[in-house]
Design a binder for this molecule. Structure first.
Ligand SMILES: [Fe+2]
Length: 300
């Protein structure tokens, strides 16, 4: 067929994929073509706009490095990451809610003893985190693996720093639950932070007059044999950005009250001078299986 026009081109392009052996791939490509063509028709996209889109996506790719994932960030600020999460976690049945993985899961997590300080040498207010991993009925899950990562007092992850190769990792660790499903660690209080604004995704956020902030949170990836891997954050109650997270990741069930404490010792027995904060949050795992995310910027 020839003489393509805006009315018959889409069907012809879809037909061109008819021999794709992988049925799911065929379906995904066909739907992508239909959605993209619809977009062009609905918006009557100009050559200049098409060119700008190509340039934007090119810059997004060029901004990615082994330690920076600008495409995940783009997916996050467009709400695509949360939508993928939503359509894949429709029935939680009382299990802990999920949220975005985010672009800072580098995967370099060393197994760390319970109660350890993962913020050695980093300034900030002391926070102690205690947690328990159970099944839906409250039975403790021993030997569950938990990866933890969060930003520092200035809002940066270790992997965003120039000296990461020599000084990382910090504010990240892996814990393995004890027979009672528990784990705990000492760290600093994370603060709300802007997503990186020095790349194309930052330009998009700025040009559209959105703010770039995420409310303070700690990331958790919980894995236990026979259960769906749980990718989530725990947010700190009271943060001013809880209702306007730039990546739409907040769920009420994931907001923890972080208690101000004045005791002279932390739950691990370590003595502290001055006030500190106690975060207590438990995770309920859903039976099943699922993909564990590969560290996308594998620094392994
Ligand atoms: Fe984060």
């Amino acid at each position: 067929m020839a003489n393509f026009n805006e009315h018959n081109l889409t069907d012809e392009v879809v037909r061109s994929f008819a021999n794709t052996p992988n049925k799911r791939l065929k379906f995904l490509i066909e739907e992508t073509v239909k959605s993209l063509h619809d977009l062009v028709r609905r918006t009557e996209l100009t050559f200049e706009e098409w060119n700008q889109a190509i340039e934007f996506l090119t810059r997004t790719g060029q901004t990615c490095t082994p330690l920076r994932q600008e495409f995940i960030l783009l997916s996050d600020v467009l709400g695509v990451s949360m939508l993928v999460d939503a359509v894949n976690h429709r029935e939680r049945e009382g299990a802990t809610e999920t949220t975005v993985l985010g672009p800072f899961y580098v995967g370099e997590h060393h197994v760390t003893p319970h109660g350890a300080n993962i913020s050695e040498g980093i300034d900030g207010e002391v926070m102690f985190v205690q947690s328990r991993v159970t099944d839906l009925a409250g039975k403790p899950l021993a030997r569950a693996e938990i990866d933890v990562w969060h930003a520092d007092d200035d809002g940066f992850y270790d992997s965003q720093k120039a000296d990461y190769a020599t000084h990382g990792p910090s504010l990240r660790a892996r814990f393995v639950t004890d027979a009672d499903g528990r784990f705990s660690f000492r760290t600093i209080l994370p603060c709300s932070y802007p997503i990186p604004t020095d790349g194309p995704v930052g330009d998009l956020v700025t040009a559209t007059q959105r703010h770039p902030m995420r409310p303070a949170h700690v990331h958790f990836l919980v894995k236990a044999e026979g259960y769906e891997p749980l990718i989530t954050h725990v947010f700190l109650d009271g943060d001013q950005y809880l209702r306007s997270d730039v990546v739409f990741g907040v769920k009420d069930e994931l907001i923890a009250r972080v208690e101000p404490r004045n005791d002279a010792a932390l739950p691990n027995g370590e003595r502290v001078s001055g006030p500190w904060h106690l975060m207590t949050y438990d995770f309920q795992m859903k039976p099943g299986a699922g993909l564990v995310p590969r560290p996308m910027m594998a620094a392994e």
